[in-house]
Write a protein that binds this ligand. Structure first.
Ligand code: NAD
Ligand code: MG
Length: 389
């Protein structure tokens, strides 16, 4: 139980980009004086995971990699910190009593642990967009039944969450997701055909994990975010717009029926969104860079190019089709992305593969249970892998 008014937190994916920013925010907002850390989890980076666990005084540290259990155990010997590994370890971390859980494991691997935390009734700070892309309404239902709150951390969704007044939801006409356009915003299709993962991962504005950085370059990240927004805010596909805004200063906008548009602005630093989710409904003090409008001078906008970035068109298709098409899009995208990172396929082939898989699996029945979602994800991965061979 929480002692005094200290809050108990768990950070799933603590060793990643969002995870380390989360621990930084926790430290700046009072560290051990205000927070107890029930669990931290990572994957391959055992030294960092062990260091984090000791630093924050975590009760449990988990590596997703079963083969690294011994290494983690050894690194934490004498600390009194519990150690676990593998999928069951991740579930154990999610099920440890904590009132706020940061869901920052990358990819579909984050779905089961986040779901476990949601079912338990924890407030979920959701960075892992794949939960909503793959499991959509089933995930929302689990959160609702659990009774916790869903606090969006993805910067666009966090921005919308900040400017969306609950009693005005009926008057929302559209939301406008901003996109930086990534490193290939001005590149031709021919130039994009030959880029490597090292080139694709260099994001102009945000510092993020490898996979989301490449997804930003292909705009698959924005595609996932469209589906994520649809579920989070209960909108029709035609109410979701994307605009390219290279400065990444406006994090997203809500348009109302009276013509008003409300936006949230800030420097591109995920700690603002994380801090908002941790302090909600209050605001906290964070030492992030402040916007200097005179220095900024201008904000640019351009429509997205769905020929060079077909991911956006595929997201609309998935939203309109409904059912398990979100899981199919995400599962095939993750498989294609892995193949691109390993140099087995080209950059443009990722969207080609996803489109073919979505086409081949267009008749999969809608999911009624989470097992159906996992089965659709698995089928999409196998189909994509078959196309890559
Ligand atoms: P990252 O690659 O930096 O970190 C991922 C974390 O997940 C690490 O702790 C890693 O150890 C863990 N992990 C990796 N594979 C795993 C597996 N198979 N099982 C369990 N754990 C595993 O990623 P990130 O950039 O921090 O992104 C995390 C999530 O947040 C993603 O879903 C991403 O889309 C989302 N997100 C990130 C940002 C950002 O700025 N980085 C912004 C918005 C949303
Ligand atoms: Mg985002």
């Amino acid at each position: 139980m929480a002692s005094g008014d200290r809050r108990r937190l768990a950070v799933l994916g603590s060793t990643g980009s969002i995870g380390t920013s989360t621990l930084d925010v926790v430290e700046r907002l009072g560290g051990r004086d205000r927070f107890e850390i029930a669990a931290v989890t990572g994957n391959g980076n055992i030294p960092l995971l062990a260091e984090q666990a000791r630093q924050v005084g975590a009760e449990l540290a988990v590596t997703a990699d079963e083969h690294r259990y011994g290494e983690l155990k050894e690194a934490l010997a004498g600390s009194g910190i519990d150690v676990a590994a593998g999928r069951s370890g991740l579930i154990e971390a999610a099920e440890r009593e904590a009132d706020w859980v940061m869901a920052a494991i990358v990819g579909n691997a984050g779905l089961a642990p986040t779901l476990a935390a949601a079912r338990r009734g924890a407030d979920i700070a959701l960075a892992n967009k794949e939960c909503l892309v793959s499991a959509g309404s089933l995930f929302l239902e689990a959160v609702r039944k659990g009774g916790g709150r869903l606090l969006p951390v993805d910067s666009e969704h966090n921005a919308i969450f900040q400017v969306l007044e609950n009693d005005q939801r009926h008057a929302v006409e559209r939301i406008v997701l901003t996109a930086s356009g990534g490193p290939f915003r001005t590149k031709s299709l021919e130039e994009m055909r030959h880029v490597t993962a090292d080139i694709a991962r260099a994001h102009p504005n945000w510092s993020m994990g490898l996979k989301i950085s490449i997804d930003s370059a292909s705009m698959f990240n924005k595609a996932l975010e469209m589906i994520e927004a649809r579920h989070l805010f209960g909108l029709r596909p035609d109410q979701i717009e994307v605009i390219v805004h290279p400065q990444s200063v406006i994090h997203s906008m809500v348009g109302y029926t009276d013509g008003s548009v409300l936006a949230q602005l800030g420097c591109p630093d995920m700690r603002t969104a994380i801090g908002y989710a941790l302090s909600y409904p209050k605001r906290c003090d964070l030492p992030v860079e402040r916007l200097d409008f005179a220095k900024l001078a201008r904000l640019d906008f351009e429509p997205p190019d769905e020929v060079r970035f077909p991911a956006l068109r595929l997201a609309r298709w998935a939203m309109e089709a409904g059912g398990v098409q979100g899981a199919v899009l995400n599962g095939s995208k993750e498989t294609a992305l892995e193949a691109f990172i390993k140099g087995r396929i080209g950059f443009l082939a990722m969207a080609d593969i996803v489109e073919k898989v979505m086409d081949q699996l267009a008749d999969l029945p809608a999911a009624t249970t989470m097992d159906d979602v996992f089965a659709a994800d698995e089928k999409a991965r196998q189909t994509a892998a078959g196309l890559i061979k």
